[in-house]
Ligand binder design. Sequence first.
Ligand SMILES: [Zn+2]
Length: 124
Amino acid sequence: MPGLYERLDGKKAKDLRVLSDFVAVYCREHHAAEDRPPHPIRDDRLRAVLGERAPVLCEDCSRLLSHGTAKLLLCPCDPKPACRKCDTPCYAPGYREKIREVMRFSGPYLVRHGRLRLLLHYLK
Ligand SMILES: [Zn+2]
């Protein structure tokens, strides 16, 4: 899609990293047994954002991340509201349920693990 990555500003870059982390954690914890090649990144600007952290994903999760990436870049709201608070949800059916499941799992997971790292830091 021409112009899609022109929309990649600092705020969207940060959101994209979070989205990518969320999908990556979910996939790692649920689909470890599946074939998981690195998520293909076809644009240099996107590669600059995800960089070395290009997530390793199964086919389904890779498709979900591509869908989410496109939707995030196309989001007309500024500032972007939390997706669950948005009046005009843009994810296609199927992807919408899936990303909700990912958020429900990975949100608390990352908080728990972030806290754990912080705790270890204090205990050192
Ligand atoms: Zn997966």
